[in-house]
Design a protein around this ligand. Structure first.
Ligand SMILES: *Cc1c(COP(=O)(O)O)cnc(C)c1O
Ligand code: SF4
Length: 339
């Protein structure tokens, strides 16, 4: 399988490439890796559920799972499981109506002033709750022609100030492609911010290599990196180092999490996460209610419980360590804040 199909690999020898290329790609491998290979019920469920959405789990993240613990918060996010097969009312393939907001393939323009580019056609890890589980990456895959159309769209709308690189995971493409993208962007005067939404720093921190940091450092744009971390257990000193490299270049570092049943649905887990992120120089930005995508209903935490957890966070943390609790309502002009 080609993990990074559009990568320009010339001159790249860093070991993060082998971490991208040697993923765990089945529930069985994953269960064996964490000492649960004898659990026939989990094995069978995974075998069924991964037919709908494959398992992709990089080793640096898998090594952070507590061996033998079927309830480990990282394992829950990576292992295909039986409940994904359930058809639950209200859960749909495209809960955010992104297809309708796609102006030109690869570009989603929903909110004033900022557009989202599906810069990469896959993620390095498949999060089981992903709202883009069913996204049509194939027809949104960027090629020269689509990039030209996107450039024209961006150039023609001067209200667009910010480009958000999203995914798939933008950091699953190589540095060469990033460089070419930044070069092309220089020509569009009215864009002054580039935001990168990525799960990679918590998953393969070595991806934040010198060359990548230099590309950001040379850019004339203000850069915001929004990492995606759901539990403090995902973070280690390699993550801290990666964030430090970015911070030294003046990159703004934020985090977004999804509130997930069985993963981070306790005040302690959320408070620890905020504190741990801050240690790495990252501020919590959003705590999302689950987008109701089919196959992920078992992760849903109700708005009532979410509000309660959020209040507990507010009572224990300084305001800047309390993320905004939000949900996305299709057709609204921004995320909806839940107060
Ligand atoms: C979430 C999202 C954004 C970013 O919204 P912010 O509130 O600026 O973080 C932009 N475009 C789309 C399509 C989104 O889903
Ligand atoms: S990193 Fe984000 S886009 Fe990628 S699978 Fe996870 S939730 Fe989905």
């Amino acid at each position: 399988m080609h993990i990074i199909p559009q990568l320009d690999l010339s001159g790249q020898t860093e070991d993060w490439q082998s971490e991208f290329n040697h993923l765990i790609t089945s529930g069985q491998q994953l269960l064996e890796a964490v000492g649960l290979g004898c659990d026939t019920a989990l094995l069978e469920q995974a075998a069924q559920a991964e037919k709908l959405f494959p398992v992709r789990a990089p080793w640096p993240l898998v090594r952070k799972i507590k061996p033998g613990d079927a309830n480990d918060p990282i394992l829950k996010q990576l292992l295909a499981s039986g409940p994904e097969l359930l058809d639950v009312a209200g859960y749909v393939a495209d809960p955010l109506e992104e297809t309708a907001a796609t102006q030109t393939p690869g570009l989603i323009h929903k909110y004033h002033g900022r557009v989202l580019l599906t810069f990469a056609s896959q993620c390095v890890t498949n999060c089981r709750y992903c709202f883009r589980r069913h996204f049509d990456y194939e027809s949104n895959r960027l090629n020269q022609q689509k990039l030209r159309q996107i450039s024209e769209y961006l150039a023609s709308d001067t209200s667009i100030k910010e480009i958000i690189l999203s995914g798939g995971d933008p950091l699953s493409v190589g540095n060469g492609q990033f460089q070419r993208f930044f070069d092309a962007l220089e020509k569009i005067e009215h864009i002054d911010k580039v935001r990168i939404h990525t799960r990679v720093p918590a998953v393969i921190p070595a991806r934040i290599d010198k060359e990548f940091v230099n590309i950001l450092a040379k850019s004339k744009h203000k850069i915001v990196v929004v990492v995606h971390v759901n539990h403090a257990q995902e973070l280690d000193e390699h993550f801290d180092f990666a964030m430090q490299q970015l911070r030294q270049q003046g990159v703004t570092l934020l985090n977004q999490s999804v509130l997930l049943k069985g993963v981070n649905d306790s005040a302690d887990a959320l408070i620890n996460l905020s504190e741990r992120l801050f240690t790495a120089g990252v501020l919590p930005y959003y705590l999302h209610l689950l987008d109701q995508v089919s196959g992920a209903a078992h992760f849903y935490v109700s708005q009532k419980l979410a509000t309660n957890l959020h209040k507990q966070m507010q009572s224990k943390l300084p305001g800047y360590l309390v993320p905004r609790l939000v949900r996305e309502i299709a057709q609204e002009k921004s995320k909806t804040w839940i107060l």
